[in-house]
Design a binder for this molecule. Structure first.
Ligand code: GRG
Length: 301
């Protein structure tokens, strides 16, 4: 196994373990608590996935010599926000999807009310994790982590992007390339970018280094989204573990519609090269992030 694959696997395993240990348990000493169904749904919603955002946070933190336990907690907090967003995105009021990560979506496995509540609780959990002194002994660092994640997840970030996306489906005119890029930068890009930001905050690094990883993540996030559109247009449900060709059917403006298949591939490749170029100030220390960018470009799920 290559060093990169080994790091990816170690991160996936460690994040799963960290999440299991941090989320409240449904059963203590053989007794299930009254809210057990909610807790089961929370655990279900965070299972699986590529853990891209956690990997970005952990690997960025590692560049700056941060304690791995702290970084894993930050990665787990980001994955809680990501999982909550997917649960809400899959609801009948949004994308109405039955399949996610190769198995029934949370509202299908449980029910709508439980899924909504589990996602709400995961969002709160993310900030509970960051606010704990186990995440960092310095309260100023904890505050910065909380503020950055809240900003990225909120109205001017992920949730705002989702709103624009929903409105765009109802609009008579499709979004332009510039409008689609802004929407995606908010909807998926903000959380990807803040994953690197949070690694840099933990590492207490210079403004130059922080900018390097943030610019990297910005380009990577857009490349990732373009690849997602390509997979939606050309991939199959079995290998993706979710429904395909839904975006076009819903009338969403995708990069494939705007640029064509070849144009979208070229744009993703350019953004990937650009992302790696931003890492120049970090030299060899950022090799894993460079490999990750190449990996994201050729991913099949
Ligand atoms: C509903 C508040 C709210 C927000 C939803 C991120 C998002 C906003 C919706 C996700 C919709 C979607 C499928 C977007 C395409 C890109 C993307 C974020 C894919 C899912 O992320 P992956 O591929 O998922 O990292 P895994 O399962 O690997 O974690």
């Amino acid at each position: 196994m290559s060093d990169f694959k080994a790091r990816l696997k170690a991160n996936t395993d460690d994040i799963a373990e960290t999440l299991t240990s941090l989320l409240p348990r449904a059963e203590v000493d053989g007794v299930r608590c009254a809210e057990a169904r909610l807790l089961d749904a929370m655990h279900y919603a965070v299972e699986g996935g590529k853990r891209l955002r956690a990997f970005l946070a952990v690997e960025t933190a590692q560049i700056f010599g941060t304690d791995r336990g702290h970084a894993l907690r930050v990665g787990a907090a980001i994955e809680c926000i990501h999982a909550y967003s997917l649960v809400h995105d899959d609801l009948p009021a949004m994308d109405d999807d039955d399949l996610r990560r190769g198995r029934p979506t949370t509202h299908k496995a449980f029910d709508e009310a439980t899924a909504i509540l589990a996602a709400d609780a995961l969002q709160a959990m993310a900030f509970t994790i960051l606010a704990s002194d186990a995440t960092h002994e310095n309260p100023f660092i904890r505050c910065e982590l909380v503020a950055c994640l809240a900003r990225a997840a909120g109205a001017r970030g992920m949730v705002g992007g989702q709103m624009i996306d929903i409105e765009a489906e109802r609009a008579s005119e499709p979004l332009s390339l510039a409008e689609t890029s802004r929407l995606q930068r908010m909807k998926t890009g903000a959380l990807i970018e803040v994953s690197c930001t949070m690694g840099a905050i933990l590492g207490q690094t210079s403004a130059t280094n922080r900018r390097a990883v943030e610019y990297y993540a910005r380009d990577l996030g857009l490349a990732f989204q373009i690849c997602d559109d390509l997979l939606d247009a050309t991939g199959d449900e079995a290998s993706l573990g979710k429904a395909v060709a839904k975006d076009a059917a819903a009338g969403k403006a995708t990069f494939v519609d705007l640029l064509g298949i070849d144009g979208a591939k070229d744009r993703a490749a350019l953004l990937t090269e650009q992302a790696k170029a931003h890492l120049a100030p970090l030299g060899g220390r950022a090799e894993t992030l460079r490999t990750l960018a190449d990996h994201a470009l050729t991913r099949q799920n």
